[in-house]
Design a protein around this ligand. Structure first.
Ligand code: F6R
Length: 364
């Protein structure tokens, strides 16, 4: 049931601290600060990893690619499942393939899995539904343990997918000897803090979000920008907004702005910039200034350090606690989800069951 919540989506957003804690407990030995996640896939030996998924699960996979490559020095090939097998990717049979799916029944993802199996790759599945077809056909199953997700727009499954992918990447990094013992432990400690920080963020940003949602609900187009792992998050933010509020939104790499989308900037199209104070912050800040100089309206989602380093008089800001880079995508997912949710409410759409969409897409 929805309990005290108006919609399943709202309930599922607020469940995240609890389900993430549950998922992490499965993958991480907190007492020892150890991630022993690699059972079933030999991350130490594989030359590369192929990832395939659809929609929100694909964006989780894109963020996973950043982590596997950065921490485990493992090259990742990734594509949406509906394109993956048409590309004739030269995959080595010594590689492994990872399929990410909440439902475990998505037709394109399943077809990609079977294609990789045929090529002789070891198959891993990051799924929520444990007895799904994708789980059954995989060699190694990594459950995300999000509990059942009813709202069509994926929220808690996305952040649980990220928590599992982060754990896997850390486990792979240890197996491959690409992080030191200390670095590995620090990453695990940061993951362990995530549920508490998520709870705090959910409680602290609500009124600001509701205010900004009023603004968004009057717009026809919204642009989301991000750099690094905030780039897939920008695309996820745009997807979430369009699927439940029916407002047109696009997610772009911040650096791509000047290669086209900047032509769209005017007073009527808000630009939501996702920019924690990370290695890329000042580059994204300069992209933001390009938007401001053209009269664009900016909503900056940043952390305390980023807020201090930017001119807040000229824009709206959502300020989150400063967190380590590895957990930023999960923490920054929360305002993205809530903004879409509250905007949709103001638009009067059917939030849990948006038009034309199904929870599980079983046709190609
Ligand atoms: C977005 C959404 C869809 C799904 C996609 C994949 O909120 O729900 O984009 O993420 O259809 O579904 P699964 O994860 O079940 O394979």
């Amino acid at each position: 049931t929805k309990g005290s919540h108006r919609h399943f989506m709202e309930k599922e957003i607020h469940e995240q601290p609890e389900v993430i804690a549950h998922a992490l407990a499965h993958y991480i030995d907190f007492a020892d600060n150890r991630a022993d996640t690699v059972a079933g896939l030999d991350f130490a030996r594989i030359p590369s990893l192929a990832i395939s998924a659809c929609g929100t699960a694909y964006f989780a996979g894109l963020i996973g690619k950043y982590w596997f490559e950065r921490y485990a020095r493992l090259p990742v090939e990734i594509d949406v499942a509906s394109e993956f097998r048409y590309r004739d990717i030269p995959l080595s049979p010594q590689s492994a393939a990872l399929f990410i799916s909440q439902s475990g029944e998505t037709a394109d993802t399943l077809a990609s899995l079977r294609y990789c199996k045929e090529l002789g790759l070891k198959i891993g599945a990051v799924v929520n539904v444990g007895d799904s077809t994708i789980a059954r056909e995989a060699d190694a199953v990594f459950p995300i343990l999000a509990g059942s997700e009813i709202g069509v727009a994926s929220t808690k499954a996305f952040t649980c997918q990220l928590a599992v992918l982060a754990s896997l990447a850390i486990g792979a990094a240890k197996a491959r000897g690409t992080v030191s013992e200390d670095e590995g432990q620090a990453l695990v400690r940061n993951l362990a803090e995530m549920p508490r920080i998520m709870g705090h963020v959910l409680n602290s940003i609500q009124s600001k979000i509701e205010l900004l949602a009023r603004d968004l609900s009057k717009c026809d187009h919204v642009l989301y920008l991000g750099r690094g792992t905030s780039f897939p998050l920008a695309m996820e933010g745009a997807l979430k907004l369009k699927e439940i509020s029916y407002i047109h939104a696009e997610g772009y790499a911040a650096g791509e702005l000047k290669h086209g989308p900047i032509a769209l900037i005017d007073q009527n199209m808000p630009v939501i910039v996702i920019a924690p104070h990370d290695r890329f912050f000042y580059k994204t800040l300069s992209n933001m200034e390009e938007v401001a100089a053209r009269g664009g309206r900016i909503i900056l989602i940043t952390d305390e350090k980023g807020a201090a380093a930017s001119n807040r008089d000229t824009m709206h800001t959502i300020v989150l606690p400063a967190v380590d880079e590895i957990i930023a995508p999960m923490i920054f997912s929360l305002p993205i989800q809530l903004l879409a949710y509250h905007t949709a409410i103001l638009m009067g759409t059917d939030v849990d069951q948006p038009r034309n969409l199904a929870k599980s897409v079983t046709v190609e």
